[in-house]
Design a protein around this ligand. Structure first.
Ligand code: ARG
Length: 292
């Protein structure tokens, strides 16, 4: 009996919340009070959901009241590839880095907890599309091919594709890459551009940046094309490598979200822009990226 009363009360609270947002729920409120308590709870829940769906333009309000739809209720599930320091990497068993911290700050603003799923970079877009994860946050570049399959939020950082070579390499600039064997991270923009510019045969895809750099150290490729910040990390961690001064490409990093969840995309944009405006994002970037 006690439980039933609680369900009924919860129902009434839902009704009054929903009633603020839409006139349709006023009707629901008056009919529901005549039915059994449990039915009331069920129906009003639907009403509240409908109201939220109708209000996608008011994503900020939706987010603030914790009503975004996610793969697992109450959780923002992030797909990433944690071999990409300083954006995402392991510290013991934990995945840390710029993306992990920005995601945590966004999740907090949306009233969600954060769960990070590590996977091959090449699987992230599919995981977002198929609803395995809510978002792909992986130093991921906004690019036209990906935009056909997922939506991107506003950008939160700039990425630069650079070239890592052995210190004694004859490759002096990006103009010398013709005819060289290039190591890349599979499925990345670096891999894509190099394949277009120098042909598939000259480009070797590795599962992640660390394995690509290892191949360079082992003399299996002549250079590695990869994003600048991970490049700096890998060069610092390994003797005998350097980064060419000429940049290969400049790009925008953003968060991939399913095309079916524009409510979540809008809510993330609102949260992200608040975090950009109040300096949180810059603070996180500065914590991991030290100016030279
Ligand atoms: N910015 C590049 C891209 O989007 C590489 C990103 C790789 N990220 C990672 N977490 N491994 O294609």
């Amino acid at each position: 009996m006690k439980k039933l009363a609680a369900v009924f009360l919860a129902g009434i609270m839902c009704v009054s919340l929903a009633a603020c947002g839409s006139s349709a729920s006023d009707d629901a409120a008056s009919t529901d009070t005549q039915t059994a308590a449990e039915e009331t709870a069920e129906e009003t829940e639907e009403t509240a959901d409908d109201a939220a769906a109708a209000d996608t333009e008011e994503a900020a309000d939706t987010a603030a009241s914790g009503e975004v739809t996610t793969v697992t209720e109450g959780i923002l599930t992030m797909g990433t590839n944690a071999a990409f320091p300083p954006y995402e990497y392991y510290e013991g068993d934990a995945i840390v880095g710029i993306d992990a911290e920005i995601a945590q700050a966004i999740a907090e603003k949306l009233g969600l907890s954060l769960e990070i799923v590590d996977m091959d970079f090449n699987s992230i877009i599919t995981a977002v599309q198929s609803g395995k994860v809510d978002v792909g946050i992986a130093g991921m570049t906004v690019d036209p091919d990906r935009l056909e399959n997922v939506d991107f939020t506003d950008s939160y950082a700039t990425g630069v594709q650079v070239v890592i070579v052995p210190e004694d390499s004859e490759i002096a600039s990006v103009d010398d890459l013709e005819g060289k064997l290039i190591g890349t991270q599979e499925g990345t923009t670096g891999w894509q551009y190099c394949s277009e510019d120098y042909g598939d045969d000259m480009v070797i895809p590795y599962t992640n940046g660390a394995t690509a750099v290892q191949a360079l150290l082992d003399g299996k490729v002549d250079c590695v094309v990869i994003d600048q910040q991970p490049a700096l990390n890998f060069v610092e961690a390994n003797e005998g490598l350097k980064i060419l001064e000429t940049e290969y490409a400049v790009e925008d990093y953003a968060i991939a979200v399913s095309k079916d969840n524009t409510g979540l995309r809008d809510a993330i944009n609102t949260a992200l822009n608040e975090l950009i405006d109040d300096g949180t994002v810059q603070g996180i970037l500065d914590k991991y990226i030290t100016a030279e």
